[in-house]
Design a protein around this ligand. Structure first.
Ligand code: ATP
Ligand code: MG
Length: 153
């Protein structure tokens, strides 16, 4: 564990994803406040990276991504909203399982192992947090993450 400036980390993750963002012609809006958490750098970076890379991969050309990072006295909140393909209700509980990928043929073209969300979820649980998905087919998906600060600050 180390002291992490989360906005700085988030900006650096978005920067590394620039080529993929540009290839999809996406508009990415980051609304973040800076604060420090005492946490596992690799895990927090992985949470940011996996959720934003999914929002890119499963988006539409010229789509949009809204990232919010904020805190209150108790929690850190991180959310990623995309204008992508969406996730059907029946798949929403399964996407956190290892190797589960929705619509294998479509996902095969996009590429991936199906491990990103499983790893993300275990990193969040390791920090005593929670993750939720909200999605409307054909409109987009939002992942909301909450991590308690009393555990990580
Ligand atoms: P990896 O992340 O290991 O490279 P992956 O992206 O396929 O591979 P996960 O990140 O675990 O694996 O996601 C599991 C599945 O959930 C994906 O294959 C995709 O079908 C679906 N999914 C995840 N995020 C989104 C999203 N933002 N919009 C639509 N579908 C999504
Ligand atoms: Mg993924």
């Amino acid at each position: 564990y180390s002291h992490i400036q989360v906005k700085k980390l988030l900006d650096s993750v978005v920067e590394t994803l620039k080529p993929q963002i540009e290839a999809m012609h996406l508009n990415v809006y980051v609304n973040a406040t800076e604060f420090t958490v005492f946490a596992s750098l690799d895990h927090i970076k992985g949470i940011f990276y996996n959720l934003i890379s999914n929002a890119i991969k499963y988006n539409k050309q010229n789509g949009r991504i809204d990232v919010v990072l904020k805190r209150n006295q108790k929690n850190m909140y991180f959310s990623v909203e995309d204008t992508g393909v969406g996730i059907a209700q029946e798949d929403q509980s399964r996407i956190f399982q290892r190797f589960y990928r929705v619509d294998k043929s479509h996902s095969r073209e996009i590429g991936g192992t199906g491990l990103g969300l499983a790893i993300t979820r275990s990193s969040i649980l390791m920090h005593r947090g929670a993750i939720k998905a909200h999605s409307v087919m054909g409109e987009g998906t939002t992942f909301d993450v909450r991590i308690p600060l009393n555990y990580i600050v």
